[in-house]
Design a binder for this molecule. Sequence first.
Ligand code: SF4
Ligand code: SF4
Length: 634
Amino acid sequence: MAELVPIPLPLLLRRAFLEYEREGKIFDLPKSKFFRGFPDLDLSVRFHGHRAATPLGPAAGPHGQLAQNIVLSWLGGARIIELKTIQVLDELKIPRPCIDAANVGYNVEWSQELKLEQSLGEYVGAAMFLEILKASKLLGDGIPDETVFDMSAGYDLAGIRSPRVRSWIASMKDAAPVIDELRASLTGDLAPYRDLPFPTRVSDTISLSTFHGCPAGEIEAIAEFLLAEMDCHVCIKLNPTLLGRAEVAHLLHQVLGYREIQLHPPAFENDLQWDQAIDLIPRLRRRAAALGKSLSVKFSNTLVVKNHKGVFRDDLMYMSGPPLHVLAMTLVRKFREAVPEPIPISFSGGIDAHNFAGAVALDLVPVTTCTDLLRPGGYGRLFRYLENLAAKMRELGVSAIPDFVRRHRAAAESAESAPNPRYRWERNRGVPRKIASHLWLYDCIACDKCVPVCPNDANFVYQTSATVIGYDNFELRPVGAYRRVPGGVLRIDKARQFANYADACNECGNCDVFCPEDGGPQQHKPRFFGSLESYRKHAGANGFFIDGDTIHGTIAGAAFTLALDPAAGRARFDSPAAVVTIDIAEERPISWQPKPPAADPLLLDMLPYLKLKLLLEAVRDPRHVNFVNVGGRS
Ligand code: SF4
Ligand code: SF4
């Protein structure tokens, strides 16, 4: 199984600059989907005292984990970035697949997959990336850019107080040493950015995840620790179980019709209870104010349910998407009715382009999204959220969010009180269509869906020529003679091909869900690694690594290396059976060294040679910029 390997900041930057210049996109997001602001509107909001240029954010999850994900969220218009939840247990093995967004939205990806130090590097690197983007003026002037990075941490007091997590939070609040380390990597064409005055306070706000039955007393103690000792503003992220089992069952089963969803009773017993919450939160809010900090709540975390689908191996899974929207909105309404104090609320639960403006109208800050971004279009879907918000603001004749909230409040609150039919089971039971064909290394229907649905931008397009290559194989004799024997045909039907950058792929399975063909792009398309080390460790049956004119490749479990020497017109082809020097133009062996136990005659199968050569030439082709062909530039 592949492991996420963070991509170095210089590589991310070089790719972004080149890709924008050559193809008008960054990390596969076309510039037409970049948020550049609306000249007649001010979408800014305040979050824990900080100004953010929009109320939109990715929810703590797959879209806030790697630096490129954060940049993609930002390009789409997110300005309050809820970073993926960190915790002291940073070597957990998350089962794969871990995301099933076919319709409702389930996952078992509840924790970070990177080590704490790696997460720190990703978040600080992303913040620096955005500063460099601004300084480069690549996207022009005047883009509303005030951005808040919001940390997210879980899941118990001992873990959060541990020296590692404490030091992690401190390093986000003063990231100077990490910034200095990353500065030093900005060399060559990136040297002009090395001395930028990167803000060292990457974040001073933290959302506390209260998953897994964190009791009231412990939540209070963690909040106290974060407010008083870590000197952070705090958001308490609450669970839908707060509604109580009877109400959740009623809403899910009776009102919305999701009868197949089975609740997990212990979660309702162990999680924070309603009466405890409405006692605890105002008290914490007052305590925060006394410390000069702010405290908010978030509705809501995902809902833990029994695994009724069999996509995941675990017994439990976490529900998001349309039904969660109704649960989370119900919590917002009930909480506001029960707690008269104006406690800021942020929101997560089934947000998409159609209901985003409605949530903003309810004065929820930020309004975050996740499941919707896992669907075709990916981060490109964010732009419509803001366009629709802008249209609603213009309809009401307002130009700023506070006025929008005031004008919209009465209508929006009454409209949300009865769930819209769009959240019902009948409207959310369809699954992506499959077409009964299986993926292989080359060719597919080239629908392009696997590229944007990947939160990590791990899948990419490369270009080749549609071609039919008839080839001979060779019988190699010990004395240096060979004999041509019938080979076969390598047929490539499409010029547009797809590959996977395995270092950025955690095998979450989301592209498999949306790919119309079977097998999963992340398994059957060529998987490229960023280093020989990660190739050797994780290639499995299908893996490649390109280093200059050399390609290492494992095809169907057999390992090969092909080193081209274009000046000499020769290639060194290292296969499990022999090391062979090949005349590139004539596609025939020149000399060979069999590997024991040597067969006599030895058969040289030219198909792996042709596949490797084709991949090497096509993936390096600079017309399509990707993480493979931009590596190694300086
Ligand atoms: S390539 Fe597919 S499996 Fe890999 S991270 Fe992206 S969506 Fe998940
Ligand atoms: S691999 Fe699947 S999702 Fe990707 S382009 Fe091909 S058919 Fe579409």
